[in-house]
Design a protein around this ligand. Structure first.
Ligand code: PLP
Length: 451
């Protein structure tokens, strides 16, 4: 472009051409959206020069903030070598190094790394690996998957088939493969204690496995926290017992750690909280520090070995994407992981999470806060019309959006899940900034709910 377009010109071009994800474009076109020009640490700065805290870490993935000198330098250094070459039938340096590092960080037993570019693709790959695995070992009856109610695994059709959020997935129902559904142990609004909720859901899962286990490839779940459902936290013990049940029935456990992985819950992986070792694990969001698209599906030796054979035997995993194992993304991932080690980012998240938990607990005194739930730096605050009855605000009231809009006026960008406010700041956010972000959130809730 010959000139730097003005903010007004950019807004006009945006409205004219960009179709935004998960966005009602009729309302967007009539709004005054933020156009980000640059980032600085924990803040995003728009084309008008206004600065905002990045309260949801640019969709749950930012680790050290924006413009991190070490990650910037690693990408520039990689650019001086090569930006991209294919991983189909050949290798590249940084993808090898990231894979070797990843297998040290994930739960034991996951030793094989298959790259892709997004969480959804990582899930597709996991589902296809599990499905083909059973074909290869001759258990042809195993064709189905169990997934959880309220699950979110991404937006490609396999991931949507496993997904359980009708609002997002209902329109595509006829295109999807059928999935067996196990109830997610969401304790809020359950008539009983979290332990009773856990035990009841485990009982249903056990029954499902008893009746269908022989025809099931795997159980796919978001360990510890179901993010997009509204930050539903599993009661302690659920994950461990679900893993044990899978093992008992010879069903593979697929852990979708796209959102929970890489430190977000205060451990490297959410499975670590309960000593669970899945057969397949998907990791994505924070892998490059929030810089570039990179995802990985990890599998055990047992699964990997089933795919080995001669060229003619056709046991190959016929799957891959043009940018699989991209060098720039892998260079960013290496620098990110090194920084996370150096700075003990995961330990920081555990400590910061305890601090956030204490602060948020006091919000229950606000009359329209129904529930606060989360772990590490992954939190949901559910707004309700009536606290005692747990009555939800109607969808059309857009309460989550109203509070988020007020946050923007107060200097923080966030994005809700319906009536659930989301707090997922960059992992390395210092305590003082976390407090400043929470103060904005609290003020916005008070301003919008009038209480
Ligand atoms: N799985 C989980 C648990 C997620 O939270 C998400 C995204 O939020 C995805 C998969 C999809 O990841 P992506 O948006 O990178 O495709």
């Amino acid at each position: 472009m010959a000139h730097d377009p003005s903010p007004a010109e950019l807004a006009r071009l945006d409205r004219a051409h960009i179709w935004h994800p998960f966005t009602q474009m009729q309302e967007y076109a009539a709004s005054d959206p933020v156009i980000v020009a640059r980032g600085e640490g924990l803040k995003l700065i728009d084309v008008q020069g206004r600065a905002y805290y990045d309260g949801v870490g640019s969709m749950w993935l930012n680790v050290h903030g924006h413009r991190v000198p070490e990650i910037d330098a690693a990408i520039v250094a990689q650019l001086g070598r090569i930006a991209h070459s294919t991983l189909l039938g050949q290798a590249n340096v940084p993808s090898i190094l990231v894979a070797a590092e990843l297998v040290k960080l994930v739960p034991a037993g996951l030793t094989r790394v298959f790259y892709s570019d997004s969480g959804s693709e990582a899930v597709e790959i996991g589902l296809k690996l599990a499905y083909q695995y059973w074909r290869l070992v001759g258990e042809l009856r195993r064709k189905r998957f169990i997934a959880m109610t309220g699950a979110y695994h991404g937006d490609t059709l396999g991931a949507v088939s496993a997904g359980g959020i009708d609002l997002f997935h209902g329109a595509f129902r006829d295109l999807l493969f059928p999935t067996l559904r196990a109830p997610y142990p969401h304790a809020y609004r359950f008539a009983g204690s979290p332990e009773q909720c856990r035990d009841q859901c485990l009982e249903t899962l056990a029954t499902l496995l008893r009746e269908h286990g022989h025809e099931v490839c795997g159980l796919l779940l978001e360990p510890l926290i179901a993010g997009a459902a509204g930050m539903y936290v599993m009661p302690p013990g659920f994950l461990r017992e679900a893993a044990r049940l899978c093992h008992e029935h010879g069903v593979l456990l697929l852990a979708d750690e796209v959102a929970t992985g890489l430190g977000r819950t205060g451990r490297w992986y959410a499975c670590d909280h309960e000593g669970v070792q899945p057969d397949i694990l998907m990791t994505a969001k924070g892998l490059t520090g929030g810089y570039l698209p990179l995802a990985a599906t990890l599998a055990t030796e047992r699964i990997y070995h089933a795919f080995l054979g001669t060229f003619a035997e056709l046991k190959t995993f016929f799957h891959g994407h043009s940018y699989t194992g991209n060098q720039l993304a892998c260079a960013a991932a290496l620098a990110n992981l090194e920084l996370m080690h150096q700075r003990d980012t995961v330990g920081h998240v555990a400590r910061a999470g305890a601090h956030v938990a204490r602060e948020l607990a006091s919000w229950r005194a606000l009359p329209h806060v129904g529930d606060v739930r989360g772990v590490g730096l992954m939190w949901g605050i559910e707004l309700v019309a009536n606290q005692a009855a747990g009555t939800a605000y109607p969808w059309e009231a857009k309460m989550g959006y109203q509070v988020s809009h007020r946050c923007r006026e107060l200097g923080m960008l966030v994005r809700p899940l319906g009536n659930v406010l989301v707090f997922m700041p960059p992992l390395a956010s210092p305590l003082a900034d976390l407090e400043a972000m929470l103060a904005i959130y609290r003020q916005a809730i008070v301003d919008v709910t009038g209480a």
